[in-house]
Write a protein that binds this ligand. Structure first.
Ligand code: PTJ
Length: 244
């Protein structure tokens, strides 16, 4: 039991979620290490949503609304932290949810599918019963792509993933949005839109901004998106890291 007045209360609650997810069997053991890396970067940006994160979240909301077949790719860490919010976002956008795991096992996939269904998801892709393709040039089990989701999508939200998948998906013509507290990760550098922020703050805000933009004029949204420059925004996000 963590006392509410503990100065690190919020952060300790997240650790608790991560530990429980590991004990339940759906979080990879190294998912705990990945969380720790994220925590360190979060500390350095002041554990708050920066101005540049907000700019990237707006660009993401618009892109997701304008996409023809958007997919929300989820792994163990994402489901440990924001399962209900992912389902809410998918419903709002009519986006598909696909399970994609680096340390893929049938058991973990089943457990994650069960959590998503309990959170209200009608359909989940990338499951053990789904029709899966394997993306060329990716050696890990992360190569899986559901024929009816990632494989045929035009835009994929790829959170908490530092690797080569984003780059390869991009080469095949897909647009990539990532959420990563580490602005120097491979995926952060390769994505079309990089949100340098904690996923627990991002998804609720993204839901809010999708609701806001949904009623807006399409041409105005396109113009706003054209003004977004990921390289510039990522550079500014990096400058938010305080070392003293
Ligand atoms: O569930 P699996 O099998 O797919 O495995 C998932 C992990 C996360 C273990 C796997 O994808 C992995 O090893 O990831 P990496 O390479 O450690 O990358 C995870 C990235 O997410 C790192 O750059 C972290 O800084 C970042 N990160 C961790 N927690 C958060 C985060 N970014 C945003 N919000 C967080 N809460």
């Amino acid at each position: 039991m963590i006392p509410k007045n503990h100065p690190r209360y919020k952060s300790l609650l997240l650790r608790e979620k991560i530990r429980n997810a590991y004990e339940s069997g759906f979080l990879a053991d190294t998912g705990m290490i990945a969380h720790g890396r994220g925590e360190a970067f979060d500390y350095l940006i002041g554990e708050k949503t920066t101005k540049y994160s907000k700019i990237a979240i707006d660009a993401s909301a618009i892109s997701l609304i304008l996409a023809k077949n958007p997919v929300l790719s989820v792994n163990g860490n994402t489901i440990a932290l924001v399962p209900n919010e992912i389902v809410e976002l998918s419903k709002l956008l009519d986006a598909k949810i696909e399970i994609n795991l680096f340390y893929r096992t049938e058991k973990r996939v089943d457990l994650i599918e069960e959590i998503l269904k309990k959170s209200g998801a009608n359909e989940v892709y990338g499951t053990n019963s789904d029709k899966l393709e394997y993306i060329d040039n990716i050696e890990s089990p992360r190569a899986t792509a559901s024929l009816n989701a990632t494989y045929s999508s035009d835009l994929i939200l790829v959170p908490l993933e530092d690797g080569d998948r984003a780059e390869i998906l991009k080469e095949s013509g897909k647009k990539i949005i990532t959420i990563d507290l580490n602005p120097l990760s491979r995926t952060a550098k390769k994505a079309d839109i990089t949100i340098v922020d904690n996923i627990v703050r991002v998804i609720p805000l993204l839901i809010e901004r999708v609701k806001f933009y949904k009623s807006k004029d399409k041409e105005d949204m396109i113009k706003e998106l054209e003004r977004f420059n990921n390289k510039e925004n990522l550079k500014k996000s990096l400058s938010c890291i305080k070392l003293s």
